[in-house]
Design a binder for this molecule. Structure first.
Ligand code: FDA
Length: 308
């Protein structure tokens, strides 16, 4: 119930304006978001790369309200990719893009606008020798998002897709996407979905995650195991061994600020680990989703407000 409430709060404009005026939230924000500017995120990415990690950068924001906003986000990505190239990054630092931020939710022309903008971002990424992963949003967008990924892959085969283990359809989607060269990020899923389409019990989501991993590790694609769950990380390791996968033929992914010691432990064990690093002024919805995932984060937040 707390999770549903918080996910509702992540969409509340009034609450957002209130929270943004509370200075004590800044420490908590900084733990999950290294800054609002391009230079902040390029610096943070450099530090992670120095520690042996790889990175995917997300320009925060979703649901562009009009074409201008969608185009502005696209320009921000193109500029970021140029800055990444200038910093000397290659494929070790890629970007993650939400299609709703580049126009998918616009009525009528949304899918075409998002495809056009995503193509511009992919071309800019290609120009600096890196790639793009297309984030997955709520279940009403899954078909359109996978269709857009298919179109993008025709020109940019390394574009990554994201699948959410909490959706009942996902095991089948994993089978479709487990082909040679196909980069697939598997996550549990972060939205509040109805039981008609999603598993709602934690144990069922975890079981689905393991079934999906079996398909991905047994297939010919490149699995990207996006979770902080120690049990799932361990099972991923066993599946990699069972399928004789070399380190580097799959990767682990975790969020910036979440289990940083575990990220480095995996690197020391020879694994490839990618950190998802968000930046930008639109941190509110992202932060509230992180709070919804972990009561301990919520306690940290309440303590920081109480000690103001
Ligand atoms: P879960 O939240 O169930 O936690 C399982 C266990 O992990 C906990 O019991 C604890 O042991 C450990 N853990 C979790 N958080 C911790 C913390 N803060 N500190 C210490 N231990 C902690 N979602 C989506 O819908 N679309 C998307 O495109 C993406 N993209 C994405 C990219 C990447 C790189 C990641 C890591 C995640 C996403 N997600 C996402 C979010 C994802 O769906 C999910 O909401 C979160 O990753 C949380 O789920 P976990 O798998 O970590 O497990």
């Amino acid at each position: 119930m707390m999770r549903s409430m918080l996910l509702g709060a992540s969409r509340s404009g009034r609450l957002r304006r209130t929270v943004e005026t509370v200075p004590v939230t800044r420490n908590l924000v900084a733990r999950f978001v290294p800054g609002t500017d391009e230079s902040d995120v390029v610096r943070a990415a450099g530090e992670l790369v120095d520690d042996g990690l790889t990175v995917t950068i997300d320009h925060l924001g979703e649901d562009a309200a009009d074409r201008n906003q969608a185009d502005a986000v696209t320009r921000a990505y193109v500029s970021l990719l140029r800055a990444m190239g200038e910093a000397g990054f290659g494929p070790e630092v890629e970007v993650s893009v939400k299609l709703s931020a580049v126009g998918q939710a616009l009525s009528g022309e949304g899918t075409a606008v998002a495809l056009d903008n995503a193509r511009r971002i992919c071309a800019a990424a290609d120009g600096v020798g890196t790639t793009v992963t297309v984030d997955m949003e709520d279940h009403t967008t899954t078909d359109a998002t996978l269709a857009t990924v298919r179109e993008l892959r025709a020109d940019f085969p390394s574009v990554g897709a994201v699948l959410q283990a909490y959706l009942k359809r996902t095991e089948a989607d994993c089978r479709d996407l487990a082909y040679e060269g196909s980069r697939v990020r598997l996550c549990k899923g972060a939205y509040d979905e109805p039981p008609s389409v999603a598993f709602t019990e934690r144990a069922d989501v975890d079981r689905s995650y393991v079934r999906c991993m079996k398909v991905l590790f047994g297939g010919r694609g490149y699995p990207m195991i996006a979770t902080h769950d120690p049990r799932i990380v361990e099972i991923a390791g066993s599946l990699a061994a069972r399928h004789r996968r070399e380190q580097g033929s799959y990767e682990y992914q975790m969020l910036y600020g979440v289990r940083p010691r575990e990220q480095r432990r995996l690197v020391r064990a020879g694994e490839r680990v990618r950190v998802y690093v968000p930046y930008g002024a639109e941190w509110y919805g992202y932060l509230v989703r992180r709070l919804a995932e972990r009561p301990a984060n919520m306690a940290l937040f309440l303590r920081s407000v109480a000690s103001k």
